[in-house]
Design a protein around this ligand. Structure first.
Ligand code: GLU
Length: 282
């Protein structure tokens, strides 16, 4: 049997903090305990915010922390065409539609309606109702559009509820995905040719990831990922959504190490061993 495969997939849109260090170290520890592999993936599709300099700084921080990963490192910005293929498949199935709304249009139209699991207004579906002629005309004129999933249509294709294994904190349990709570989420952004949700499921599959170990803040997004895995016929990894360092442990750590970046800590003479120990790794 092939060994389990773990990954740490940061977005280099700033310097790494203790929360990132915790996630990376937990992935490494779990990979080691399972006799598995550990991969690093740079989630830099947002090339406005994720600069090459920040990526290099991030790699240096992770190396300083004592992490070892397999080469080559997958950089998502170099693989946009792979995500486009997946998007094309969803478009061909009639599951995506272009949305021309501005941020303002959306907050005005959706402010009194339901909220998504992150507390943001669910998209009210304005452009879902647009006549095909108008849609085609605006696209042909080159008007910028985001592409959203028609969630009701996608969910109607399911023969049974979608589930995934959540293996965090103790025993494994089966979780039911609720993508419908998100409404028509954006799968191709207006400013870049893909989105986090598409890129993450495509790459987890491409890299053969068996265990996705990441922060609890992404637990609800897993419902979207589970739906996309179903629609794109991709394998389903086991998920571990770990505690966030800015809650319980963060308060304890804040006096000693604070919420400063790893680079700041390093400059102040904190050693990698201090960081590992403070985060509960030996
Ligand atoms: N790139 C995401 C982030 O830095 C994490 C993605 C994931 O682990 O699925 O928040």
């Amino acid at each position: 049997m092939s060994p389990p495969v773990f990954r740490f997939a940061p977005s280099p849109n700033g310097r790494l903090h203790l929360g990132h260090a915790y996630s990376a170290l937990l992935n490494v520890a779990m990979a080691r305990a399972a006799g598995g592999r550990f991969l690093l993936r740079i989630e830099d599709i947002d090339t406005w915010r994720c600069t090459p300099a920040l990526t290099e700084a991030m790699l240096a921080d992770l190396a300083w922390l004592g992490l070892h990963w397999e080469e080559p490192v997958l950089r998502q910005s170099e693989h946009i065409s792979v995500y486009t293929q997946a998007q094309q498949r969803l478009k061909e199935e009639g599951l995506l539609y272009p949305c021309f709304c501005s941020r303002q249009d959306i907050s005005r139209a959706g402010s009194d309606g339901p909220r998504d699991p992150e507390g943001q207004p669910v998209y009210p579906g304005t452009c879902r109702h647009m006549a095909k002629e108008e849609r085609d005309r605006r696209l042909a004129c080159g008007e910028a559009a985001a592409w959203r999933i028609d969630m009701a249509k996608a969910v109607a294709l399911l023969a049974a509820p979608l589930v995934f294994i959540e293996a965090g904190e103790g025993s494994d349990r089966s979780e039911t995905a609720h993508p419908e709570n998100w409404g028509d989420v954006v799968l191709i952004r207006k400013d870049i040719a893909t989105s986090y949700h598409i890129a993450v499921v495509v790459d987890d599959a491409r890299q053969g990831i068996t265990h996705v170990v990441r922060g609890r803040d992404l637990f609800h997004a897993t419902s979207i990922h589970r739906l996309l895995q179903h629609l794109l016929a991709l394998p389903v990894p086991v998920y571990v959504h770990h505690k966030l360092i800015d809650d319980e442990q963060g308060r304890k750590l804040s006096k000693s190490l604070g919420s400063r970046s790893l680079a700041d800590l390093r400059q102040e003479g904190v050693s990698p061993a201090d960081v590992r120990r403070a985060l509960g790794f030996s």
